[in-house]
Design a binder for this molecule. Structure first.
Ligand code: ATP
Length: 430
């Protein structure tokens, strides 16, 4: 799809200049880097623009230091020269004509201005070099389709062909054209993320097109859907996005049995409290989201999202552990029993179940396992037992496990207690 002719474009008539926002809103190192990049681009006869999320966030006054630069010309060659000047690490994707520079904990993406077309819904786009205008037209929403010129004569000038500024002011998420979600249904998840993150609303036609195109999510590969879910889980409050996705029937495209409701909201909040200062891992959030699925449904979800083995294991373990909650719901069970019940399960699954289980007693046992029991080890080792006369082989392992049980249950408190127990067991056996 081609961008509409300039006369048909909703141009923002008030020229806005963001030069001072660039200076105030970005670390001095990044603002300085953009000037250097623009000067070099000008020497090479190229135009350079800041685009996408950082422009949106500059206008909103929100911190965002992920710079996306678009070059009308060869972005990779320009990035290479700049990498030399800054002694930055460079990663290039010549096929996509993109490059990434990283230095001193900062990163800047360079893209060659391009237009994109889609052979069929769900296909990856066919990319051809183009102008800034076509590059902005390929973007997802008006609020992400603004650019700031970095060229010397126009430094800081906002380029807003599609009414992004007005939509920011009206707090609206609006696609650029009717086929946007048909071309790329991952934009459905993106729309919900921005809507919930920014507390905006989906503009009326956008919402209708989104609903119409939910079915197009069937055309998206498992890898791409998983990536979208990873992005959702990186949001400060992913449950908001998931609840909205549930309301619209988008969540059910991941698996028909998934639900996002008040229960999930509480569990996600608890997960965040528990993992502070880190946010919960992808596996933990996913195990909570999938907690109410049965084993078969978990397996289907793992396959359709092409989960890595460790993540699939957490989801699967959490589902299997659910069946053990009854056994954990008795206050008087021994710590060694709790240990043996849980020791084969992945840690994130135990955490997920400790957050999700309804029984407070079971939750207490799970927490005690996580914080204490799983670290308990006997003081004596295999060689100590052999020195005490135990025959090398499976008997050593068996006695070490009995010693750990004794430690767990408070029946042995010291190395001496353990040695006494081993002597007792050896005499019993003869
Ligand atoms: P965030 O704040 O979530 O990082 P961002 O706007 O920087 O948001 P990215 O996913 O890093 O988002 O993408 C950078 C820019 O690329 C977006 O602002 C948008 O203009 C464009 N973009 C990304 N994904 C798509 C897509 N699927 N379709 C169209 N444009 C996209």
């Amino acid at each position: 799809m081609k961008p509409p002719p300039t006369c048909a474009i909703m141009r923002d008539m008030i020229a806005t200049n963001l030069a001072s926002k660039l200076k105030e809103g970005l670390p001095a190192e990044l603002a300085g880097f953009m000037k250097t990049a623009a000067e070099l681009a000008a020497e090479r006869g190229l135009s350079l623009y800041l685009v996408g999320g950082v422009v949106r966030d500059l206008l909103l006054g929100k911190p965002n230091f992920d710079l996306d630069l678009v070059v009308e010309g060869d972005a990779v060659a320009l990035a290479r020269e700049l990498a030399g000047i800054k002694a930055a690490k460079i990663t290039t994707h010549p096929r996509f004509k993109t490059a990434k520079l990283t230095w001193a904990g900062l990163s800047v993406d360079f893209t060659t201005a391009r237009s994109e077309s889609y052979e069929h819904p769900g296909a990856l786009p066919t990319v051809t070099p183009g102008s800034l205008e076509s590059d902005l037209f390929r973007r997802d929403f008006t609020i992400n389709a603004m650019a700031v010129s970095l060229d010397a004569g126009r430094y800081g000038e906002l380029i807003d062909h599609y009414g992004g500024q007005t939509d920011l002011a009206q707090r609206l998420i609006r696609v650029l054209h009717e086929r946007s979600f048909t071309d790329d249904a991952t934009r459905i998840w993106r729309a919900l993320r921005y809507e919930q993150r920014l507390d905006f609303q989906l503009e009326e036609a956008t919402l209708n097109w989104l609903k119409r195109d939910i079915v197009q999510l069937n055309t998206i590969s498992g890898d791409r859907l998983r990536y979208e879910l990873e992005c959702v889980f990186r949001e400060a409050r992913p449950e908001k996005v998931l609840c909205r996705a549930d309301e619209l029937g988008v969540l059910q495209k991941l698996h028909p049995a998934l639900r996002a409701d008040a229960w999930l909201e509480d569990r996600f909040r608890l997960a965040r409290k528990l993992t502070l200062p880190q946010p919960p891992s992808f596996a933990l959030y996913l195990a909570l989201l999938a907690y109410r699925l049965n084993g078969d449904e978990c397996a289907e979800l793992s396959t359709s999202l092409k989960l890595s083995k460790p993540v699939a294991r957490v989801v699967h373990d959490a589902a299997s552990l659910k069946a053990k909650i009854k056994a954990l719901a008795y206050p008087e069970i021994k710590p060694s029993y709790v240990y043996r019940l849980l020791c084969g399960f992945s840690q994130s699954a135990v955490v997920a179940v400790s957050i999700a289980a309804a029984s407070p007693v079971a939750r207490q046992h799970l927490e005690s396992y996580l914080h204490k029991l799983r670290y308990v080890k006997p003081a004596l080792g295999g060689s100590d037992l052999i020195a005490m006369g135990v025959a090398p082989g499976p008997r050593v392992k068996e006695l070490l496990e009995r010693l750990r049980d004794a430690r767990l249950n408070g029946e042995a408190l010291s190395r001496q207690d353990e040695a006494a127990l081993v002597k007792e067991w050896l005499t019993e056996a003869t």
